[in-house]
Design a protein around this ligand. Structure first.
Ligand code: PEP
Ligand code: MG
Length: 848
């Protein structure tokens, strides 16, 4: 017969008791640590997740046995203890055990006012939170008089038809049941899941002897922390309030005093210097021994200090980073642990731009500042449109009345989120903070019509889908149009942490950068070079666009050459600037990639301008545009196909690169440019282009009398190039996987149109994730592995990298690292995230 083991439903927390965060929750474990440190913690027992789950299901443990841990006439508090304190839980209930006889006894021991105040508070919180009565009926009176007490007891009886429970066991049982059930409710579950809790996360409860904070001698309670929660700078903050309990001192109550000496008013440091010193010493002990910045709740009962709770200080990402670095600087934790304590995605919050304080602001609405950073984008009203914008690389602000779980993908795609409703803990706020997207919620002055796709402002103005707005997630302001932004401050702490990350990581991180501004940003973020410079962006500038169009219209080789001769010095200057900014770090320049017709005007007005500048009839321009148009331009005449059929373009680019190499090497560190051929699918393409580029190099060497090196490689972004990587590698110094096109071609899925149905696909579980955001390690990954393996067969030392949008994302970095790639290349802003993510992977592997 199976033996039934009945576990004790609660555990008295002692230094040696078996308590764990996974069984009893983080608060219970933390209290045990405080007890081990000999901090004056009142008697506490912990109820396990399982016990609380049983309570919610109607199986109450023996309350008298719990009460027996606290002596004859216990007065108790109950607090939630979830595995991760960030997952929250029901609010604490204090003063359980208060009843009429206890009140009478306390009138003698603590004075009538204190005793009545305690009893009133308990009746109020029990009535509102446990009996769930109308809060308005139980407002605390201004003075704790006998009449007020009588009224509260009467109101309870009136509302429930029963007398206020007098038995401590009954009170405790009801509190435990109510808290246990609250945790299992749907709202609470969704909220904690939004913070990363698993669906079946458990709740523990801690029952603790009250340390009263009221009494005839100086008594009170307070909360202290030692660093600023927003910045992480050392600074003692908190409040102390005489004759108070719990977190009363923080609620703005009159009479709350500062902790340290302060010109604005009295302080605990002056009121009770010895007590304050003791408190500081406990704070230091916690920091050293718990290896964390804590927020400590304390009471003073007739002069005696009690620590009733300590939680890991809730903090912004900026503060988290500073705290981790300063703990490591003080040798409390090793550098590696500081690195591991910062989630890579949290860094992106620190990297957000802010609105330039000197910029003009047209404030059109104000809401609650829910997630930091500032963002400008087009107003969109649905997540599907936000995703479509993201796939076109257009910044958008997702505007919703409130968000729901199905909006998460749209929130990821948007640059900012604005909601009409909600507060700091609303779905929008919680998710936006989690993913580091600037967010303003509770903007009551706007009225959103999802059906009309309009946003009505207080002043009568109406914004439509597509209008540009700016969100300031730091102040909660919504501004019209685009506003000047400041680049984020990368302070010393940030650099220090990333320096430690660099020591730990074992895969390179470069940036995709096309412009000098992006290259500078890449350097600022300590990218180890440029992994992809898309040269076509350089032709979109006004002065070049016209020459480019003339080149497209050229009928003869001579005409084409003469327009390219005009573009040559411009390209050379572009490359010199990139090489100079990168001062000797590798720069990988991709030869011209897009279809030519992208450079032709599509509007009639622009056609006329072009016809004028070419001195041609409009009909000739339209005819040429028609001639160049393709059914599937992304699978058509682009990349190396253009390089082979219109070779003058690559010749010009190669010459510009080599001449720039000579020029930049003259004034700075020697440059070894990397030249990358896009959209290769056959070995012969590489051979033909390589022959021409080698010839250009030879010509430049002869003309200038200067020698230089360069590396020619292939962008592997077609499935065939992966499969034939061995023969392609024989002509390539490197292979860089372009996972944007490779994903498109592997799935046969247009990267420009996928946004239209991607949500549906992910919601229905057809794809686990949008493969353009998260690398499909199964399918696309298999092609990467095949490509890498076959490339290495021919040249074991061939440089391997990834340069699609996936390059900055942790999962792809893990994949590339495991496949032995040399580096990943991602947009400059993701470089710090990638550096940290790569360090996490290396450190976690070491720890295994
Ligand atoms: C790619 O295809 O992965 C890539 C990086 O190139 P582009 O996005 O310019 O096509
Ligand atoms: Mg590509």
């Amino acid at each position: 017969m199976q033996k039934i083991v009945t576990l004790k439903p609660f555990t008295l927390i002692t230094p040696t008791a078996t308590i764990s965060a996974q069984v009893h929750g983080g608060r219970a474990k933390c209290l045990q640590r405080l007890i081990r440190l000999d901090l004056p913690v009142p008697t506490t027992v912990a109820l396990s997740f399982d016990t609380v789950h049983q309570i919610a299901a109607g199986h109450m443990p023996d309350k008298d046995s719990i009460l027996s841990a606290f002596g004859d006439s216990p007065l108790l508090s109950v607090r939630p203890s979830s595995e991760d304190p960030d997952w929250g839980g029901p609010g604490a209930i204090l003063n359980i055990g208060m009843n009429s006889s206890r009140h009478a006894a306390m009138v003698d021991s603590h004075g009538e006012a204190a005793a009545t105040a305690l009893y009133l508070r308990f009746i109020q919180s029990y009535a509102v939170h446990i009996a769930r009565l109308d809060p308005d009926m139980f407002d605390l009176p201004p003075e704790p008089t006998a009449a007020a007490l009588e009224h509260a007891l009467f109101a309870y009886t009136e509302e429930t038809g029963e007398d206020f429970p007098q038995s401590p066991a009954k009170q405790l049982g009801e509190v435990l049941r109510s808290m246990a059930r609250a945790w299992e409710g749907t709202t609470a579950r969704l909220l904690r899941q939004a913070k990363g809790a698993p669906a079946d996360a458990g709740l523990g409860l801690v029952v603790q002897q009250m340390a009263l904070g009221v009494g005839q001698a100086e008594s009170g309670s307070g909360v202290i922390q030692f660093v600023d929660a927003a910045t992480g700078q050392p600074q003692i903050t908190g409040r102390y309030l005489s004759q108070s309990q719990g977190r009363d001192a923080l609620t703005g109550a009159t009479g709350a005093i500062y902790l340290t000496k302060d010109p604005r008013g009295p302080s605990l440091e002056e009121l009770s210097p010895g007590f304050f010193e003791q408190l500081k010493a406990h704070g230091e002990t916690c920091r050293r021994e718990l290896r964390e910045e804590m927020q400590i709740e304390f009471t003073k009962e007739s002069g005696v200090l009690r620590v009733i709770d300590a939680v890991r200080l809730p903090r912004s990402s900026r503060a988290a980073l500073r705290i981790a670095v300063s703990l490591a600087n003080d040798n409390i934790i090793p550098h590696e642990e500081a690195v591991l304590r910062i989630e890579p995605r949290a860094l992106s919050e620190l990297l957000h731009p802010q609105i330039d304080p000197t910029a003009a602001r047209d404030v059109i609405a104000r809401g609650i500042a829910a997630s930091p950073g500032a963002a400008t984008g087009k107003v969109v009203f649905t997540s599907a449109v936000a995703q479509a914008c993201a796939s076109r690389d257009e910044a958008c602000i997702l505007v919703r009345r409130e968000t729901a779980p199905e909006d998460i993908r749209g929130m990821h795609a948007a640059s900012g989120v604005l909601t009409e409703r909600g507060g700091q803990t609303s779905h929008a706020a919680v998710i936006a903070r989690g993913i580091g997207v600037p967010c303003v919620v509770g903007t009551n002055s706007i009225t959103i019509s999802q059906s009309k796709k309009t946003l009505k402002l207080d002043d009568g103005r109406t914004l439509n889908e597509g209008d540009l707005i700016t969100l300031d997630g730091a102040t909660g302001e919504v501004l019209a149009g685009a506003v000047e932004m400041l680049e984020p401050a990368l302070d010393e702490m940030f650099q220090t942490l990333l320096g430690w990350a660099d020591e730990a990581r074992d895969i390179g991180v470069r940036a995709n950068a096309d412009t000098p501004a992006e290259a500078r940003m890449a350097r600022n973020f300590a990218a180890e070079g440029i992994g992809l410079a898309r040269t076509e962006h350089m032709f979109y500038e006004d002065d070049r666009l016209t020459v480019m169009r003339e080149m497209i219209f050229a009928d003869s080789h001579e005409d084409r050459q003469s327009t390219l001769d005009q573009l040559l010095p411009m390209q050379r200057a572009d490359f010199v600037e990139l090489f100079e900014i990168m001062s000797g770090l590798p720069v990988c320049i991709r030869l011209f990639d897009p279809p030519l017709h992208e450079f032709l005007p599509s509007e009639r007005e622009d056609m006329r301008d072009l016809a004028e500048s070419l001195d041609l009839p409009i009909a000739a321009v339209t005819a040429r545009a028609d001639q160049l148009s393709e059914f599937n331009p992304m699978l058509g005449m682009r990349g190396v196909r253009l390089g082979i059929t219109v070779p003058e373009i690559y010749d010009m680019q190669a010459r510009a690169i080599f001449e720039a190499t000579i020029e930049a090497s003259r004034s700075g560190d020697p440059v070894v440019p990397e030249i990358m051929i896009p959209l290769v699918s056959a070995k012969r393409e590489v051979e033909i282009v390589k022959t021409r580029i080698d010839a250009v190099a030879a010509a430049v060497r002869v003309e200038t009398g200067v020698d230089f090196d360069y590396r020619l490689g292939v962008m592997v972004e077609t499935p065939r190039a992966c499969l034939r990587a061995d023969e392609i590698a024989s002509h390539s110094a490197f292979l860089s996987f372009g996972t944007n096109d490779l994903t498109q071609m592997t799935y046969g899925l247009s990267r420009d149109d996928a946004g239209r149905f991607m949500s549906e696909y992910v919601n229905q579980g057809v794809y686990r994730e949008d493969p353009f955001h998260v690398l499909d390690t199964d399918g696309v990954g298999e092609l990467l592995s095949i490509g890498a393996e076959r490339g290495r067969l021919v040249d074991p030392d061939i440089t391997l990298s990834i340069c699609g949008e996936h390059g900055g994302n942790s999962e792809s970095i893990a994949f590339c690292r495991a496949a032995g790639f040399d580096y990943v290349s991602c947009s400059p802003f993701r470089v710090p995230v990638a550096r940290l993510a790569a360090a996490h992977l290396a450190l976690k592997e070491l720890a295994e």
